[in-house]
Ligand binder design. Structure first.
Ligand code: COA
Length: 250
């Protein structure tokens, strides 16, 4: 199995395990990742997801360059679409997704991390979009998400030069939220903390933060609608009563 899914309470830990290729994604691995993410997105018992790579060296060293080297334009379109599906699932599933970047996160690996809601990096992590060095460009959302997360200047620097950044620089440019060792422990700590929040409010927060700028009307309307939920009533009441809220997901 190249994708391992483990459960830690309400948190799912998805591990890409193809260590002989530094967890680079070939068709079988990426298809399996897409399928597992699709299942976890729909699984109501999963309240947060952590994505990581097996071994000490790599998160995901990118799309499989050997496979890509044989692709024609139609094949490359299909390959891009498959990567986009995985990224969209991480970005849109109604629960928080956290990348625990335990080593190299390059190309498609960096793009998967960018599709997650939060990113933590191990001190040894290296991130980047080196596609330009292969004569190609990021094709799994990197041109858009890197620009959204780090700004146009950083995105153009990394995508044009193809240089990799270490964890310290990644933190400085906002590419990761924090540096932590062991990084998986930090990701799990946050994931568990988030399972104590209202899943209703969290899912809405994710959807709203991901909306394109200018969608303030939608936020205003959705914010109002949320007040019909039991969780909103419970959360507000608990604060007033100076007690811990008991969220039920309704
Ligand atoms: N696709 C396919 N195979 C990959 C790969 C990728 N993206 N990244 C690493 N591998 C393979 C290597 O080919 C090597 O396989 P081999 O032992 O059969 O030769 C194995 O993983 C180990 O990698 P190696 O290059 O020997 O390790 P390293 O420590 O010297 O270098 C990297 C590590 C990450 C710097 C280097 O592997 C690399 O540059 N990888 C490509 C990164 C990239 O451009 N990703 C974006 C693709 S869109």
């Amino acid at each position: 199995m190249s994708i391992d899914v483990a459960r830690d309470g309400a948190v799912a830990v998805v591990t890409v395990d193809r260590q002989d290729a530094l967890n680079a994604l070939d068709v079988a691995t990426l298809t399996e990742l897409r399928d597992r993410l699709g299942e976890l997105a729909k699984d109501g018992t999963v309240r947060a997801l952590v994505l990581t790579g097996a071994g000490e060296k790599a998160f995901v060293a990118g799309a499989d360059i050997k496979y890509m080297s044989g692709l024609d334009p139609d094949g490359a379109k299909g390959w891009g679409a498959l990567g986009h599906e995985a990224g969209r699932l991480l970005e849109t599933m109604p629960k928080p997704t956290i990348a625990a970047i335990n080593g190299f996160a390059l190309g498609g690996g960096c793009e998967l991390a960018l599709a997650c809601d939060l990113r933590y990096a191990a001190g040894r992590a290296k991130l980047g979009q080196p596609e330009i060095n292969l004569g190609i460009v990021p094709g799994w959302g990197g041109t858009q998400r890197l620009a959204r997360i780090c700004g146009l200047g950083v995105a153009k620097d990394l995508i044009y030069t193809g240089r990799t950044v270490d964890a310290e620089e990644a933190l400085r440019i906002g590419l990761v939220n924090a540096i932590a060792d062991p990084v998986l422990d930090r990701a799990l700590e946050t994931a568990h903390a988030l399972t104590a929040k209202s899943p209703v409010a969290l899912a809405l927060a994710k959807r709203l933060v991901n909306l394109a700028p200018g969608a303030l009307d939608a936020e205003a309307e959705a914010f109002g609608e949320l007040f019909a939920s039991e969780d909103a009533k419970e959360g507000l009441a608990a604060f007033v009563d100076k007690r811990e809220p008991r969220f039920t997901g309704r």
